[in-house]
Design a protein around this ligand. Sequence first.
Ligand code: NOJ
Length: 523
Amino acid sequence: MTDRPGQHERPWWRDAVIYQIYPRSFADSDGDGVGDLRGITDRLDHIASLGVDAIWLSPIFASPMADFGYDVSDYCSVDPVFGSEADLDELIAGVHERGMRLLLDWVPNHTSDQHPWFEASRRSRTDPKRDWYVWRDPAPDGGPPTGWTAAIRRVPAWTFDEQTGQYYLHLFLPEQPDLNWANPEVEAAMHDTLRYWLDRGVDGFRADVVHLIGKGTDLPDLDERQARHPLIEIDPPYAHELLRRIRALLEGYDHQPMMVGEVYLLGDGQTVTYLGNDDELHLTFDFRALHSPWEAAAIRSVIERSQREFAAPHWPTWVLSNHDKPRTRSLCGSTDRARAAAVMSLTMRATPFLYAGDELGLADADIAPENWIDPAGRDGCRAPIPWTPEDGHGWGPDPWLPFPPDADVLAASEQVDDPASMLALYRRLLQMRRASPALRAGDLELLDIGGADVVAYRRSHADEVLEVAVNFGDAPVELPLNGDLVVSSVHDRSPGAFDGIIGAHEAIVVRPGGESAPHESHR
Ligand code: NOJ
């Protein structure tokens, strides 16, 4: 393992860059067309050579796969499609040998309807596990108890159970009944699942829609508009005490396990409250950039709000891509823009989360709706990663989804020795970040330069200062920055003194210097 910081040093996760793997789509070791744990272990050198600090694996637990693993039927076992527990132990060891950490995806808000807890709960109204889920009598007209809509398939969030004559709540699919965290037995059982993996050596968790565990027994009152999107509207007070107890559990371990929460709230000032007084989540995702158009004004505004809300002692995250949303390359609309986005992500005052495959510049696979196999149509960003250029790209003959466009030229093996590749850019950026206290830990100040198409900011820490500019526009822009060009998103731009021009869709990092540096007086 890398050095464990002492009490007064920054915790590891603030300095980390975290790499998300969607295991079905990453690498297929047994040729069945679905990615697996051994596939990941086989590719650990690719990940380590990128220079990331930790890996987050989307769910690998036993699951009927109605939501591809986000419907868990046993939190303490590995689904056979991904391999065995021995494979996971091997992966954990391989990750640690390379100085990285491993986070698992913990799904606390709901289980699978095939989890033995739910099977017991639905058996009768008097079953001891009845109250482990959220059961309610029908409304007076016989319909669902509230008008809430589920986040997947947009069906009612309640399903009627004939056998016991009540409805159960599922904020996602009917196959994903919500647990009742107001019942202390549920809390204790879920704490046990955390201990199980921490004892096996994992370094923490990404916690799925974790704000929703605080719904309480008196379900929140939502108006008609809110009821259409309970996922992003429920911001319940009870989550905080539950998170404080989870944090205490994590702190009982001396290897600094970390929990990053998927708090799927998009309103200003909302997610930061889930950090509490540094006694709840360690980090919370901020999805506002992911939900913004790739335009200067929108992104500048996200940075401004995120930096204000997550000012010290808080610390933000930065997310441009994940397994639920279009990839960065698709979000931004071109490879040049995706290269500029990479510079932005890796120079942000935040813990950046990178989605595996973005380092190859992959776009979403083009899959017609009639061929979607995901109930919410998120197939495109889950296309398998091409490792080699020939047909099959390192996968079995029948991969579970089609490959992304240009899989032959974008295959990892094609990029690895090409200094002009997206992969080479990511490596360079990660190396730069690792070597720079200003980029890892420094303050961020937005700079008002370059006009409407440019987002620029200064990162500074003790004696080190770096200035970053991203041009979102189609035309070159003159920039009043002086100093050395450290990195450009454009490959053939020579390093050396910055000539004062940023190209269309280019991003640059400049180390200020020289007598005429325009920002000298502010330092
Ligand atoms: C958020 C996850 O990212 C998504 O993939 C999943 O469908 C829902 N939570 C439900 O678990």
